[in-house]
Design a protein around this ligand. Structure first.
Ligand SMILES: *[C@@H]1O[C@H](CO)[C@@H](O)[C@H](O)[C@H]1NC(C)=O
Ligand SMILES: *[C@@H]1O[C@H](CO)[C@@H](O)[C@H](O)[C@H]1NC(C)=O
Ligand SMILES: *[C@@H]1O[C@H](CO)[C@@H](O)[C@H](O)[C@H]1NC(C)=O
Length: 411
């Protein structure tokens, strides 16, 4: 057994006794990758295996890995039925955006709540979420979700899950529509925050109400809203992509116009959204790597999540009440490409850090497939309270992009 360079660095800080507990772990084949997801697994299993003999104090994110063993791959798998109850509901958590509170908005079916992700790799089952273990991992740390409304959806899910164990204090909120917020779990000195930055880079959002019909993106300039706060953040989660399907004009180095993606309407060079998204990820990852390649920070890039409109965007519907099985549908090209290029940019950044002899951790949180299989997990018409009250039957707007809370997003 050996431990990678990356982990040796992290273990420097640990007590020797903790290192000993890693050995039986490794012997039991609990090898893991270094993603936050597998942290949970490692720590979870460690707590289980020591539950009867050891102290109960949560441990921090130490990780063991057996050389030449494959890493856990949670990205591929299927949804299987479970009887496990969600950890929270529509009224027990205060941090659910109303448009995603399907229970309170009257969604009648509940079957979508009882599915568990089962990775293909049966060496690596996905553990049931344990809030106190997760809080132990982010103890004395700050985890920030940076991105669009899906990042917010994911952040709120995490806050609801963690709140079942420890009550957080909302210590900051700014921007319209709660776009910037920060909570502290005082018992753990753990900070969780969200930053609105749908492009990750500098830009101007389209806004019909102001007569702005396209986005403007400066592909080489990180958005200062998060870039200026990086010093304070230990775990950065980038989560965006959906805004890239809208009309946009792109600028590159020196504010030179690169082109746009609606050239048929205005006179400009066609510039495709995949190149734009790739550049945005590269700029953002570069910003972190160049400043923090020799740091204990972790950077996570969440991959593209699936929307499930049948028919038109917004007035289309997503009426399914069960997950898709493999083969029920085919992964659409756009989503597939967006995922692939995120994975590639993560790999590239990992290589860059290695070449600089750094140890900054960079991981993809590959949720594209997992979300692809869950057409049943969106609010649909229940983005509004009681949409079918007063005999209304048709023409109700649907949200088939975001996710009900509780729901598959808690995975
Ligand atoms: C929601 O959870 C709370 C606290 O666990 C419980 O008291 C309440 O009955 C639940 N509500 C529903 C609708 O299940
Ligand atoms: C509390 O957490 C912050 C990170 O959010 C960290 O900088 C600080 O050192 C922690 N305090 C203690 C006493 O460990
Ligand atoms: C589009 O812009 C180019 C370069 O500025 C110019 O040469 C061309 O005439 C323009 N075409 C139209 C249809 O306006």
């Amino acid at each position: 057994m050996s431990i990678t360079h990356n982990q040796i660095h992290h273990q420097r800080k640990l007590m020797p006794c903790v290192v000993y507990t890693l050995i039986p772990l490794a012997l039991l084949h609990y090898y893991t990758s270094i993603s936050p997801v597998s942290y949970i697994q490692t720590v979870h299993k460690r707590l289980q295996s020591t539950a009867t003999s050891d102290s109960t104090s949560p441990v921090q994110g130490q990780v063991a890995k057996v050389k030449n063993q494959p890493l856990c791959d949670y990205s591929d798998g299927r949804w299987v039925q479970t009887k496990v109850e969600p950890l929270y509901n529509g009224t027990s958590c205060e941090t659910i955006k109303w448009a995603q509170n399907c229970m309170v908005n009257g969604r009648p079916d509940t079957g979508y709540l009882y599915w568990q992700w089962q990775p293909k790799d049966n060496q690596c089952p996905a553990p049931v979420f344990d809030a106190s273990v997760f809080l132990g991992i982010i103890k004395n740390k700050h985890i920030a979700f940076i991105g669009d409304s899906l990042a917010r959806n994911q952040l709120e899910s995490l806050i609801c899950l963690l709140s079942t164990t420890s009550k957080p204090e909302l210590v900051y909120q700014g921007g319209d529509d709660l776009k910037f917020r920060r909570w502290v779990f005082h018992e753990y000195n753990a900070t969780v925050s969200v930053f609105w930055s749908p492009f990750l880079v500098k830009g101007i959002q389209l806004d019909e109400s102001k007569g702005i019909n396209h986005n403007t993106l400066y592909l080489d300039t990180p958005n200062e809203k998060w870039a200026t706060e990086l010093d304070m953040i230990d775990i950065v989660v980038f989560s965006n992509g959906h805004w890239f399907v809208q009309k946009a004009i792109y600028y590159g180095e020196g504010n030179q116009m690169l082109g746009c993606n609606f050239a048929q309407e205005i006179n400009c060079t066609d510039y495709n959204i995949f190149d734009a998204f790739r550049k945005v990820l590269r700029t953002s990852l570069k910003e972190v790597t160049k400043r923090f390649y020799k740091s204990d920070k972790t950077v996570v890039v969440a991959t593209f999540t699936l929307a499930h409109f049948e028919g038109e965007w917004k007035f289309g519907t997503c009426l399914k009440t069960e997950p898709n099985k493999e083969g029920d549908a085919e992964m659409p090209h756009l989503e597939n490409e967006m995922r692939k290029l995120a994975i590639e940019e993560v790999a590239r950044a990992v290589k860059d850090v290695k070449e600089m002899n750094g140890w900054l951790r960079i991981e993809a949180l590959d949720v594209t497939k997992l979300t692809f299989l869950r057409p049943d997990g969106h609010p649909g018409p229940y983005m509004f309270p009681n949409p079918f009250a007063n005999g209304i039957k048709e023409g109700v707007p649907n949200d088939c992009v975001h996710w009900c809370m509780p729901g598959p997003i808690d995975t």
